[in-house]
Design a protein around this ligand. Structure first.
Ligand SMILES: [Zn+2]
Length: 286
């Protein structure tokens, strides 16, 4: 956890005064200039309380989606919801607070941890592709310092795009987060590595699986060519600030990028209604 937080540039977690919950000069919903309500679906509480997030929402006019990690205990996070009981406690904690209640799924083996009836009580489920297979097929956090992606960027991309497609096809997701991220070693080449063909493959999979893509202010991705390609295919978008517990991060980059891409109300993600949740209706690749 410390590694991820460090990588994202977040401050050390601690007790936060209400006035410091959101930077005073950051973009609020009222100033956005967009024709839809502003929502940020990527808030982790960690050391923040739900009351603090609600206070930040009053200040910003932004509606937040608050998530805990969900999946097997094999995934190493301080809080990992792994069964119906733990999930219901999370849902009860956030119910009636005016936030969306979400989960950040880890890896691809989480579906059997929960009953559908309980899981579909979440408003949405998001995942990223930062946990990958190592050479032995074991899960490893590709953002951790101990991860070695090798020196061959093309070889990395070949299996990495396959992995992203596998995640999208095998798990019933609402949102793919931290899109286009590549491991630190290859980050300087990111735009070159994401060729038109690779972007097309992911966009087609997002479309076919009805998964939205996050416009992520924390890593400032995806690129404009990717957004335009996804928009043309009718893929939906969500905003995410990847708040990790120190404060509620601004989403200025997401708002500016949406404006530049000409996104309107119809392009934006909304949680599916009851009975239409991905876990209830998706046909998953086995
Ligand atoms: Zn997250």
């Amino acid at each position: 956890m410390a590694t991820r937080r460090e990588f994202l540039g977040g401050a050390a977690a601690g007790v936060i005064a209400a006035s410091q919950l959101f930077p005073a000069n950051a973009q609020t919903a009222a100033q956005s200039g967009l024709d839809f309500p502003i929502e940020d679906y990527h808030v982790h509480l960690n050391s923040m309380t739900i009351e603090q997030v609600v206070a930040a929402s009053k200040q910003t006019g932004i509606k937040y989606g608050v998530m805990e990690h969900v999946g097997t205990k094999e995934n190493q996070y301080p809080n990992m919801l792994s069964d119906d009981k733990e999930l219901l406690a999370w849902i009860d904690k956030l119910k009636g607070q005016g936030v969306y209640i979400g989960g950040q799924a880890e890896w691809i083996d989480w579906v059997p941890c929960f009953s559908k009836d309980v899981f579909c009580q979440l408003d949405y489920i998001l995942t990223d592709s930062w946990t990958v297979r190592d050479a032995n097929g074991k899960r490893i956090k590709a953002f951790s310092g101990g991860y070695d992606p090798g020196d061959d960027a093309e070889a990395f991309m070949k299996w990495y795009v396959d992995w992203i497609v596998e995640i999208l096809e095998k798990t019933p997701l609402d949102i793919w987060a931290h899109p286009l991220w590549v491991t630190r070693r290859f980050n300087p080449q990111l735009e070159k590595l994401w060729t038109e063909e690779r972007m097309r493959r992911v966009v087609t999979t997002l479309k076919n699986t009805n998964t939205a893509v996050e416009i992520d202010s924390s890593i400032k991705q995806p690129t404009m060519p990717f957004i335009k390609m996804a928009k043309a295919e009718g893929v939906k978008f969500s905003f995410g600030g990847s708040s990790q517990g120190a404060r509620v991060n601004p989403i200025d980059w997401s708002i500016a990028t949406a404006k530049e891409a000409g996104l309107t109300r119809n392009d934006m993600f909304h949680p599916a209604p009851p009975g239409r949740k991905p876990i209830q209706i998706r046909k998953l690749r086995t």
